[in-house]
Ligand binder design. Structure first.
Ligand SMILES: Nc1nc2c(c(=O)[nH]1)N[C@H]1C(S)=C(S)[C@@H](COP(=O)(O)O)O[C@H]1N2
Ligand SMILES: [Mo]
Length: 364
């Protein structure tokens, strides 16, 4: 036996249910998460930003591309990229989290994109307010929703579809909702929705439709596949509840150094500054607490100054590390008093989880 590779086998009581299928592995490569140390950056560099693409990334020729605004409006319009870019622009940091973040911890695990905790990032998005575009088209009375359709096409749950999500009219008309053409100061990269995507601050990732093709004003609520999937459902037959804005959550950038390939964390004893980020949809962060003993005792972390109304908040905590193994935990409370549960909550699709994150470290 080769002892060098045998020693790379992870510690722990793993059963066959813990093994991932090759398809899940392929999904995880296609849709990578932010590396945990990426949480050290207040604004995530574009190449570290998580990705979630349901279907193939489309190749869009922006010269032949136009955004169509149609449906229950007075004037249907088509707008090219130059026109979009010439409009009043706003730039803001927005934290985006995939609703499936943490799904890989579910038991049994819903077979889908197997996120650990990497499905969250913050970018500086530049775009023009959607509201102006809708007002220009002239929304007729009786409109209730706005439907956003991407260029990407595939099948899910046996149904052929363009990626489509809708918003209630009142949510679509909010000032902070923008049609985005730049990410971190550069044109959107193809995998992030070039040439134009929607960004709806505070909402889970699925709302931010990429590769926009058309925007339709509706008189009836839209109930497409991507609306049915993003629900917290307790089992087959349960209608569940729609998930919308991001629940409160904090994560920690792993302290110390990493062992390759076991990913064990090794920390020097003494004073260690633990840092991380916390966010809560449309609420702000009221409190972040840290535990070094798997949740038995909690102490308050110090919050950094906010970097934006819709971006995560940095936190730091001085930990006095003593030799041995420690399970570090972090949990946040939002301005509405919601606090993260100890464990992830199981649901059929494994969405909207916000259980406490744990990182085991060995202090030398
Ligand atoms: N057109 C289209 N838009 C989409 C998706 C998609 O597959 N197609 N995925 C959504 C989901 S589930 C998430 S979490 C975010 C991810 O955005 P990012 O890849 O830029 O991080 O995009 C959303 N917008
Ligand atoms: Mo997502």
């Amino acid at each position: 036996m080769n002892t060098k590779t045998a020693s790379n086998k992870p510690e722990g009581d793993y059963t066959s249910e813990d093994y991932f299928f090759p398809q899940e592995l392929e999904l995880a490569f296609r849709n990578r998460g932010i590396p945990a140390e990426g949480l050290r950056f207040p604004v995530t560099p574009t190449g570290m930003h998580y990705l979630l693409n349901h279907f193939d990334i489309p190749e869009v020729d922006s010269l032949n591309w136009q955004l169509k605004v149609h449906g229950h409006v007075n004037n249907e319009v088509s707008i090219d990229l130059e026109n979009i870019r010439s409009r009043p622009s706003v730039t803001m940091p927005v934290t985006m989290e995939c609703a499936g973040n943490g799904r890989a911890f579910m038991k049994p695990r819903p077979i889908n994109q197997p996120w650990i905790h990497g499905a969250v990032s913050t970018a500086e998005w530049t775009g023009t307010p959607l509201r102006h575009v809708l007002e220009e088209a002239g929304i007729k009375d009786d409109a209730v929703e706005v439907l956003f359709t991407g260029i990407d096409f595939g099948t899910q749950s046996g149904e052929e579809q363009f990626y489509q999500r809708s918003l209630r009219l009142a949510d679509a008309m909010k000032d902070e909702v923008i049609l985005v053409y730049e990410m971190n100061g550069a044109p959107l990269e193809p995998q992030h929705g070039y040439p134009l995507r929607l960004v709806v601050p505070g909402w889970y990732g699925m709302t931010n439709v990429k590769w926009l093709d058309r925007i339709e004003v509706l008189t009836e609520p839209f109930n497409g596949m991507q609306m049915q999937f993003y629900r917290e459902v307790s089992g087959d037959g349960d209608e569940g509840t729609a998930i919308e804005t991001m629940k409160v959550r904090a994560l920690m950038a792993p302290p110390g150094i990493s062992d390759f390939p076991s990913l064990k964390r090794i920390v020097e004893k003494g004073n260690v500054e633990l840092i991380g980020r916390a966010w809560a949809g449309l609420h702000s962060i009221a409190r972040v607490e840290v535990s070094a003993d798997n949740g038995a005792n909690w102490s308050d972390a110090v919050l950094d100054d906010p970097i934006g109304d819709y971006a995560w908040r940095g936190w730091r905590f001085d930990w006095s590390a003593t030799p041995g193994k420690h399970m570090l935990c972090v949990r946040a409370t939002d301005s509405a008093g919601n606090v993260q549960p100890d464990e992830h909550t199981w649901s059929l699709y494994g969405v909207a989880n916000n259980g406490v994150a744990r990182i085991e470290v060995e202090v030398k």
